[in-house]
Ligand binder design. Structure first.
Ligand SMILES: [Zn+2]
Ligand SMILES: [Zn+2]
Length: 314
């Protein structure tokens, strides 16, 4: 998938069916490594405050975590304070939007200096691009009069901008659902925002290599998020990983949320390109049942953990 579409297949877990099964799965797999290095708060397109995210991770016995909001470091201070209170180790984290050819890709950064000027500029530039893109999407939707509800899409976007520093298409999708224009976030993307839909506007993010270089300049470690979620052929994916490695990337996400079926293939990719492995839930919303914080499979021993690069207290 090309963007911040994290909603997965809505309805995958039937209502009511699986509370018992889910909690037993969760217990079986909870805190395998005690690590969750991919979590979102309301500073980007998550719904909880950073301290609430940390509390949920603490309940799942996470011992090392990183908050990785899209294109902002605004939640890191609160995360650090709450992690201190909970006895959890944390490093600064972020999920940068970048482009590899026409494909939007996500680069996780860890253990960097959040005040680094190059990183700050990257974040500001992308935040501006996101605002411009969402305004253009709204103009296109309004021309087609698709919102078809009380407020124009432009008004919905203005409301989102008033409350958020980092605005994402997921925010607009949620607003379209709340306005009655779609039944679910997935449907809002399909009908209005996704590729081929009337409100689709391509992104103009900095290159993958520049995202990696920026994180490294800030003293951090770069990890390619959810490598199988991009619309790429296997050959193009390998080429992307080669370039990512050459630019100084350190690892890929090997354990991503509950996508356990893909772990073996991702281990092979990591080994082929000499990359370390990361582990993250990509948690956004407690209402989404399939990727709660910290309920993650163990990183296979055949791949080195990317957190070996972190400057952690002994
Ligand atoms: Zn992502
Ligand atoms: Zn994410």
């Amino acid at each position: 998938m090309s963007t911040e579409v994290w909603v997965g297949t809505a309805g995958e877990t039937g209502a009511g069916e699986t509370d018992a099964r889910r909690s037993s799965d969760a217990n079986a797999n909870a805190n395998a490594d005690g690590v969750d290095l991919h979590l979102h708060s309301h500073h980007s397109d998550g719904v909880l405050a950073p301290a609430q995210v940390v509390d949920l991770a603490a309940k799942a016995s996470v011992r090392l975590l990183a908050l990785t909001d899209h294109d902002t470091v605004a939640g890191l201070e609160e995360t650090r304070a709450q992690c201190n209170a909970r006895g959890i180790t944390t490093v600064p984290g972020v999920e940068l939007s970048a482009a590899w050819h026409a494909q939007t890709v996500h680069v996780l950064g860890f253990d960097f200096d959040p005040a680094n000027p190059a990183l700050q500029k990257y974040l500001t530039d992308v935040q501006v691009q996101r605002r411009e893109r969402l305004r253009e999407i709204a103009r296109r939707l309004d021309r087609k009069r698709i919102a078809g509800v009380q407020h124009s899409a432009t008004e919905l976007v203005a409301e989102i901008e008033a409350s958020q520093t980092v605005i994402t298409r997921t925010h607009l999708a949620r607003a379209l659902v709340a306005a009655g224009a779609a039944r679910s976030i997935g449907e809002a993307f399909k009908r209005f925002l996704g590729r081929g839909a009337p409100g689709h506007v391509g992104s103009t993010y900095p290159s993958l290599a520049s995202a990696v270089e920026c994180l490294k300049a800030a003293g951090g470690v770069a990890v390619l998020a959810h490598p199988l979620r991009y619309t790429l052929s296997a050959g193009a994916r390998r080429k992307m990983l080669e370039e990512f490695r050459a630019a100084g990337g350190s690892g890929i996400e090997v354990v991503c949320g509950n996508a356990r079926a893909h772990v073996d293939g991702l281990v092979q990719l990591a080994r082929r390109f000499g990359l370390d492995g990361s582990v993250g839930s990509d948690f956004h919303d407690p209402q989404i049942p399939w990727n709660p914080p910290g309920r993650l499979a163990k990183l296979p021993a055949s791949v080195s953990p990317v957190w070996r690069h972190f400057r952690l207290p002994n």
